[in-house]
Design a protein around this ligand. Structure first.
Ligand code: NAG
Ligand code: NAG
Length: 320
């Protein structure tokens, strides 16, 4: 009996110690009150957080930093210092950053292709030093183009538990659609596949061919986009947005699978218009640590940055 009592007491102590002493009101919070769309983020070795966003406020790739993931400062720096020959100097979209084992950082982004203005390729840029703020220098070649299918956008890096690296991205089929909502509201609708590309340890050299892991269906409206992959408890969680970014139907959804290559099961919406007073939330990126997320939602200035805590239980994600 004493043993049972001891175990019970130990469990109670553990639960109490593990609880936060100060619990704030739940739900997302405005992180930066300026347009900072399609955020990606990375933590550095000292515990600082850095977020990156679509062009705006005079920068190709915007950067913000935070010590606690709650209070964020927009930095007056240009992350993407040098461009490659394939891209124009405008419309850099949806960046994401990963840290490599050699201490350098890799910035993935979508850049406008000179050979097909208005359409994008995914590019990669490598930090000069070991500072996530950059400066980053573009690799000479585009990482993925698929211009015959509309181009490629929304890259996001993922480091698997076994050390294998991947990049997920969207083939921008709606950019060559037949008009209407996000240019893909009029049949026949184009597909907007989400692709999974393995990369080498340098995080920029493709290994093998990309694999399609998701595509739009009628419940997604014109498109799926903004993929972001994490692994939690042996389950892969792929977050994405459906519908057009300028539509109130824009949202954050996710699918799950026990295998990185799928098949993925639809788990529904995580954030939609009306939740917590948000309008058109989307472009979400979750921490590989499984407990926090950045996304954008409409605001007076455009699409502002929001942060939230998330919780993953038994294969289901919730906002907390
Ligand atoms: C954000 O900025 C807008 C315009 O400058 C202002 O009206 C609004 O009150 C601000 N919101 C917050 C939460 O600071
Ligand atoms: C966990 O998820 C499975 C499958 O969705 C479900 O059948 C089961 O009831 C869930 N268990 C708990 C404890 O919620």
């Amino acid at each position: 009996m004493w043993l049972l009592r001891f175990i019970f007491a130990a469990v109670v102590i553990l639960v109490v110690v593990a609880s936060p002493f100060i619990k704030r009101d739940g739900g997302p919070r405005l992180a930066i009150n300026v347009s900072f769309p399609d955020p990606g983020f990375v933590g550095d070795q000292s515990g600082m957080w850095y977020a990156f966003a679509t062009n705006g406020n005079g920068k190709r790739v915007q950067v913000a930093s935070s010590m606690d993931f709650e209070t964020w400062d927009l930095l007056d720096i240009e992350a993407l210092a040098t461009l490659s020959l394939w891209e124009t100097d405008v419309n850099h979209w949806a960046p994401d950053v990963v840290r490599r084992y050699d201490g350098k950082y890799v910035l993935y982004y979508a850049g406008e292709a000179k050979e097909m203005i208005g359409h994008h390729c995914v590019g990669a840029a490598i930090s000069e030093g070991e500072d996530p703020k950059g400066p980053y220098n573009a690799q000479p070649n585009a990482f993925a183009c698929n211009l015959d299918q509309g181009g490629s956008i929304d890259p996001s890096g993922f480091l698997d538990r076994d050390g294998t690296r991947y990049v997920v991205y969207k083939i921008d089929g709606n950019s060559i659609g037949n008009g209407g909502n996000c240019n893909n509201g009029i049949p026949p609708l184009k597909s907007t596949p989400i692709m999974l590309q393995e990369v080498a340890e340098d995080a920029v050299t493709p290994v093998g061919e990309p694999i399609q892991i998701l595509d739009r269906d009628d419940s997604d409206g014109p498109l799926v986009e903004a993929p972001n992959l994490i692994l939690w408890d042996d389950t892969y969680f792929l977050f994405y947005s459906s519908h057009c970014f300028n539509d109130v139907m824009y949202d954050v959804r996710y699918v799950t699978s026990g295998s990185i290559t799928g098949p993925y099961t639809k788990m529904g919406q995580l954030l939609k218009t009306g939740d917590y007073g948000l309008i058109s939330p989307g472009g979400a990126t979750a921490c590989i640590c499984g407990d926090r997320m950045l996304f954008h939602a409409n605001c007076d200035q455009g699409r502002c940055l929001y942060q939230t805590s998330i919780e993953i239980n038994n294969g289901t994600v919730s906002i907390v």
